[in-house]
Design a protein around this ligand. Structure first.
Ligand code: CA
Ligand code: CA
Ligand code: CA
Length: 427
């Protein structure tokens, strides 16, 4: 096993300022658990496959040896304790002290218990019934524990008697547990005039590869993240880039449409993921109206994952559906500044065909200091700009594609005397 080396898959604060006091960060790569925590699923079994049909083969991989699974690893903090609220029968075969983690990002939440000892053993509630006494303990794979990581699995899960079986791998390092599907399906499909590698991942671990955005989540809240993944090697470089600049993100939550250049494709998937249908389509369209603001939005939704810019009238045309904005890039043609919606209406946008959806974001931007007390004598100060829609921007702007100097900080007393000063640094 190799340690993680693919920096594109490691969460970064690129474009954000590290606080003046740099806090120790997690040593292991992970998709933020908070971004994956919402529950609820909508398993959309495709009624029939349409368009060109591609056969996808299942590949079993070690998470750190596969670029796609490495990007999808999720990290969880292990909690000490003799019991867990989701467990009514504790594991009998593990030595104390026990540690637990609840995997709430799965279609059905389940618990993993970790036993003490030099080489940890784990018990997974494979049927999510809260009973760990019936489960068989798993020992880390031989010869696969290196760099302080213990690797377990593949372990089969079945979230309900009707559900298909999903397989996971679990990695443990100290107080951190990492989880990934044990494999995924992939093949080559014809898209946008080229044959491109595509992959399907059962990310919510319900055994089906066709789980899309849950359109029935509570209005006004961020939609469910429990959904599967469609990855497309858009730039045909053989890698999966979750945040490519010049192409759509290559790793997207699964949706019913896929946009390649200016063409929409309808995506249909057999629930077992073995067949993928892709057909050109003309979807019903709606409009987002940003008024005077010029911006590029990254959107996730039941219709599609999209990266779209306003036209000269501040309008964005897109398929009707329910979306969540994940990134905003404001621009005036020369300057750009990027931010993320923190909460509020940008997380839940309902686009219909009858009238444009007016969305308020961008200027005026209000400067805000993000102050945290690290110790009694140490304070961490970060800088943020807050937009009209509650979105948070890095104060670092780019001009004609070049990043400008980081801003400075001055701490002033009530009498106007400078007490301290410093320069923010890019992280
Ligand atoms: Ca069980
Ligand atoms: Ca699934
Ligand atoms: Ca690529």
């Amino acid at each position: 096993m190799r340690p993680p080396t693919d920096s594109r898959c490691t969460p970064r604060l690129t474009g954000w300022f590290l606080p003046l006091v740099v806090l120790a960060m997690c040593l292991l790569p992970a998709i933020s658990p908070s971004a994956q925590e919402a529950a609820g699923t909508n398993t959309a079994g495709a009624p029939h496959l349409t368009g060109k049909i591609t056969t996808l083969r299942y590949w079993d991989h070690e998470p750190f040896e596969d670029p796609l699974l490495r990007c999808l690893l999720k990290s969880f903090a292990l909690q000490s304790g003799k019991t867990h609220k989701l467990v009514h029968k504790a594991p009998e075969a593990l030595k104390e002290p026990l540690r637990y983690v609840a995997i709430s990002s799965a279609a059905t939440p389940f618990v993993i218990a970790v036993g003490g000892g030099r080489v940890p053993r784990i018990v997974v509630d494979t049927d999510a019934d809260g009973d760990l006494a019936e489960e068989t303990p798993v020992t880390a794979g031989k010869g696969k524990s290196s760099y302080g990581l213990h690797v377990f699995g593949p372990i089969a899960l079945q979230s309900s008697p009707e559900a298909a079986v999903a397989k996971i791998r679990v990695l443990i390092s100290g107080k951190t547990l990492l989880l990934a599907p044990a494999g995924y399906r992939s093949g080559r499909a014809s898209l946008g005039g080229k044959r491109r590698r595509v992959a399907l991942v059962d990310l919510d671990l319900d055994g089906a590869f066709s789980t899309v955005y849950a359109a029935d989540s509570t209005p006004g809240t961020a939609p469910s993240r429990a959904r599967d993944i469609l990855a497309v090697d858009f730039n045909t470089d053989g890698n999966w880039d979750p945040a490519s600049v010049d192409t759509p993100p290559e790793i997207q939550p699964l949706a019913r449409l896929l946009l390649v250049r200016k063409t929409y494709y309808a995506v249909s998937i057999a629930p077992d993921g073995a067949k993928l249908g892709i057909a050109k389509t003309t979807p019903e369209m709606g409009t987002i109206d940003l008024g005077d603001t010029r911006a590029r939005l990254d959107l996730e939704g039941d219709a599609a994952g999209l990266r779209l810019s306003t036209d000269k009238h501040g309008l964005i045309q897109l398929p009707t559906g329910r979306y969540s904005c994940t990134n905003v890039q404001l621009t005036d043609g020369r300057w750009t500044i990027t931010g993320k919606p923190a909460d509020g209406p940008l997380l839940d946008l309902l686009v219909a065909s009858d009238s444009p959806l007016e969305v308020s974001l961008g200027a005026p931007l209000i400067a805000k200091a993000d102050i945290k007390r690290v110790t009694d004598s140490l304070i961490s100060i970060g800088a943020q700009l807050v937009g009209k829609g509650g979105e948070l921007y890095s104060p670092g702007a780019t001009k004609k594609g070049r990043r400008q100097a980081a801003p400075k900080l001055r701490v002033i007393s009530e009498k106007g005397k400078e007490l301290a000063s410093g320069q923010f640094e890019y992280g």
